[in-house]
Design a binder for this molecule. Structure first.
Ligand code: ADP
Ligand code: MG
Length: 254
């Protein structure tokens, strides 16, 4: 098996008397894209916060490349629904922000950011400001910024959930291609079942709170770099049905 990049060992998180997640155990190998789905409030964001080092686990440990995560660090990058671009910086300056903090020289920063903006299909917007871009373009810029620091692991918390359905499909396509090109190890949280199937090698399904992983589904559809084609695969429907059943979606409808 390829090198394990991200691992949760018996992880639990409590907020006072509330246990948000418990008995979390899973491994993600180098280059894998894994989606995490589960009912609202089951602890998906809690898990990513622990993975990013923003919030400590109450029990167990989260490991990146075998090292326990104890604080935010350069090995893990986090992308959220909100793009968090700095409005007073151009798109290129936003992409370069993390590199600047690390003291990467300006010429090198520029080369990296322009290459990533090309990959994320924003080559002509490097010198524009965030407010001049559409929501979809801003999320592509946020992806470029996330990739700029070349993290070992990418954590994404519903990054496309604020976008309209068609923009979202375009962004999924961009992400699928970019993840294939860069080989980034990714844990992707979504409530969109088709998005999870289209983008991932595996889908982890969580229970209601206290959230724990109740099922792992390997997505056996070729061409992960092309989510639009994967959506259309005859195998997608049965995977959706399986996920709906695990999540009890539609059971209250008669
Ligand atoms: N900082 C916090 N303090 C108290 N409770 C929290 C905090 N963060 C999350 N929770 C609780 O933990 C549970 C899981 O939340 P969250 O991880 O945001 O769920 P999800 O992302 O799956 O919708 C929820 O019941 C939420 O109210
Ligand atoms: Mg959440």
């Amino acid at each position: 098996m390829a090198q394990i990049r991200l691992e949760c060992r018996n992880v639990a998180k409590r907020f006072g008397a509330i246990t948000a997640v418990q008995n979390l155990n899973f491994k993600i190998a180098d280059g894998e894209v894994v989606s995490l789905i589960g009912p609202s409030g089951c602890g998906k964001s809690t898990l990513l916060n622990m993975g990013s080092g923003l919030d400590p686990a109450s029990e167990g440990e989260v490991l990146v490349d075998g090292e326990k995560v104890t604080k935010p660090n350069e090995h893990v990058a986090f992308m959220l629904q909100k793009d968090l671009l700095l409005p007073w910086r151009t798109i290129r300056q936003n992409v370069e922000f993390g590199l600047e903090i690390r003291g990467v020289p300006a010429s090198e920063r520029k080369a990296i950011s322009l290459e990533l903006l090309r990959k994320c299909r924003l080559p002509d917007f490097a010198e524009n400001y965030p407010h001049q871009l559409s929501g979809g373009m801003r999320q592509r810029a946020a992806l470029a910024r996330t990739l700029a620091v070349d993290p070992a692991v990418l954590l994404m918390d519903e990054p496309f959930s604020a976008l309209d359905a068609q923009t979202k499909m375009v962004l999924q396509q961009d992400l699928g291609r970019t993840l294939a090109e860069t080989g980034k190890t990714t844990l992707f949280v979504t409530h969109d079942l088709v998005e999870a199937i289209a983008l991932s090698d595996r889908v982890l399904v969580m229970s209601q709170r206290p959230g724990t992983i109740i099922e792992e589904i390997v997505i056996d559809i070729p061409g992960r770099e092309n989510p639009m084609e994967r959506r259309k695969s005859p195998k997608t429907g049965p995977y959706i049905a399986q996920l709906m059943s695990l999540l009890h979606i539609g059971e209250e409808v008669h």
